[in-house]
Design a protein around this ligand. Structure first.
Ligand code: SAM
Length: 291
């Protein structure tokens, strides 16, 4: 089903609608006194696009608890990946690739060391909307930001190379909020292609969900809510370490309970929804073991 919130043809639709939901979570977190990060641009995207949650609320009875869980989870994962990218760059990496960047504003809001080039990949429709909103906010990136229009299910490495990515130099990759929307085969191909472009000691981070968790009632409701927007979950991940080592990466695997402890944001806030199931999925950092 295609939606066209507010009648604006430049608002992302289909799977790209999810980027607006994540921006909404970041806007909410940014307004909290105990925020884990600040994303001053997130609200402008939601104002321009409208909330996808409003669109589905008439269809989903338990939307509030799903939204609360999702916002809490996005807050933790955003901070975790912020820290990962900054640590990678402080350790010397100067190339960052944000796959399925959506309305990610890390290029603008993080304090990058000098010389960082950050590549954002997503569909052209997403950038049509994003660049328009960014222009209205008159903001400048804090690093060299390069947008690359690409479909991650296809041949995206050529446009990335054309955009100036240097495969002989270390890179830090991020796949946040994307693997669940691709099939297992597409994810395998994605990871193979990332590997082909990664030097020894390059870095990678991503998150994914277990199949069993997807079948828990609250997440079945979440999947129903997404279906209202024409979006499906297409894969799960049972063993991140095995997947990584098959592709020659060495991983460090966390779950949201670990991050709750790390950032002092108690995981009990997920309790109502997931009934103590904290290890619903994985948040992973990895290092390339060979070039
Ligand atoms: C849940 S959003 C996550 C956005 C961003 N990573 C974040 O966490 O804020 C999913 C994003 O994946 C993008 N996406 C989905 N399938 C894609 C594909 N095949 N190629 C490129 N981008 C894709 C969507 O356009 C959307 O921006």
């Amino acid at each position: 089903m295609q939606h066209n919130r507010g009648g604006d043809p430049a608002v992302p639709t289909g799977v790209s609608t999810t980027a607006i939901g994540v921006a909404e979570a970041r806007a909410e977190e940014s307004a909290r006194p105990d925020r884990l990060f600040e994303d001053p641009l997130a609200k402008a995207f939601v104002t321009a696009a409208g909330s996808p949650f409003e669109e589905i609320e008439t269809h989903i009875s338990d939307l509030d608890s799903i939204r609360t869980w999702f916002f809490d989870y996005v807050a933790l994962r955003t901070r975790f990946f912020d820290d990962y990218l900054l640590e990678s760059c402080r350790a010397g990496c100067r190339q960052v690739v944000v796959l399925a960047a959506g309305l990610d504003t890390r290029a603008f809001r993080l304090s990058w060391p000098k010389g960082v080039r950050l590549f954002e990949l997503d569909f052209p429709e997403v950038f049509a909307f994003k660049e328009r909103v960014l222009a209205s906010q008159r903001v400048k990136p804090a690093c060299q930001r390069v947008i690359v229009e690409a479909d991650l299910r296809g041949e995206w490495t050529a446009p990335l190379l054309q955009a100036g990515f240097r495969p002989g130099e270390p890179s830090a990759w991020l796949a946040e909020g994307i693997l669940i929307y691709l099939t297992e085969e597409e994810n395998d191909q994605l990871l193979s292609r990332i590997g082909q472009l990664s030097t020894l000691d390059s870095q990678l981070a991503f998150e994914h969900m277990r199949r069993e968790a997807q079948e828990l009632m609250p997440f079945r409701l979440a999947a129903d809510a997404l279906a209202e927007l024409g979006v499906s979950w297409r894969s799960s991940l049972e063993n991140p370490n095995r997947w990584l080592s098959n592709h020659r990466w060495r991983g460090q695997v966390f779950d949201s309970a670990n991050l709750g402890e790390l950032y002092g944001r108690p995981v009990s806030s997920y309790g109502e929804l997931a009934k103590g199931e904290t290890d619903i999925g994985w948040l992973v950092r990895a290092v390339r073991e060979s070039s």
